[in-house]
Design a protein around this ligand. Structure first.
Ligand SMILES: [Ca+2]
Ligand SMILES: [Ca+2]
Length: 222
């Protein structure tokens, strides 16, 4: 009986030091945020468990059996380096499973023109160009050279109106109008040559010739 009791005791000791080994993973989160970061511990068994970091950024998972684990930090609005860390427990505590946090940068003014993207009707405004702060559009964006203009005159008139509106809002000086209009007048914007190619449709030309004695010229948008 004595021998059996001794064996049982030895067996219990074996159990407590191996299969039931109770170890702890320790780590710290530093960086832009350290408190209240969710730390998830994944393992095959038991299933995932989680904790949160304290005010000093530390966390721990205790009473862990030997095995392979993965530690993953997460908090909305932040990224962590490394994104996760694999940990193998083999009869002793594991320390230094640390992470660095960086706040995610949310670009709420994509073209950097001072008008938030949610209010910006013209994205892609070039740097340094004067815009209408009510819609984030430059004159060139409001009156694009490659717009669907009937002719150069229509383009020029739309450009003039927009320049006048910019002057009225004191976005540009009155004195700048002359130079702007000169530039517009000498541009090809809205001119047929730049917007359309002249093609001759044979069937139409033939019909046209019969009806009027002239070739029909068709304008097709480039
Ligand atoms: Ca913008
Ligand atoms: Ca813009």
């Amino acid at each position: 009986m004595k021998k059996k009791a001794l064996l049982l005791m030895l067996f219990m000791m074996f159990i407590s030091t191996s299969a039931l080994s109770q170890n702890t993973i320790y780590g710290t989160v530093t960086g832009d945020v350290q408190e209240d970061v969710t730390i998830t511990l994944n393992s095959v068994s038991p299933s995932a468990t989680e904790t949160t970091t304290g005010s000093d950024g530390t966390y721990s998972f205790s009473e862990l059996a030997n095995g392979d684990y993965t530690v993953t930090p997460s908090l909305a609005g932040y990224s962590f380096t490394p994104a996760n860390t694999p940990v193998t427990i083999s009869g002793s505590d594991v320390t230094g499973i640390d992470f660095t946090s960086v706040a995610d940068v949310i670009d709420d003014d994509i073209d950097d023109d001072g008008v938030l993207s949610e209010d910006d009707e013209c994205e892609g405004t070039p740097a340094g160009v004067i815009i209408d702060p009510s819609n984030g559009c430059s004159i060139e964006q409001l009156v694009p050279c490659n717009g669907n203009w009937k002719n150069h005159g229509q383009y020029e008139s739309a450009f003039t109106q927009t320049v006048n509106s910019f002057i009225k809002q004191k976005l540009i000086a009155k004195e700048e109008k002359g130079a702007l209009m000169k530039e517009v007048a000498s541009s090809d914007c809205g001119k047929l040559a730049s917007e359309y190619t002249v093609v001759c449709d044979r069937a139409q030309a033939f019909a046209g010739r019969i009806l009027s004695g002239r070739h029909t010229i068709m304008l097709t948008k480039a």
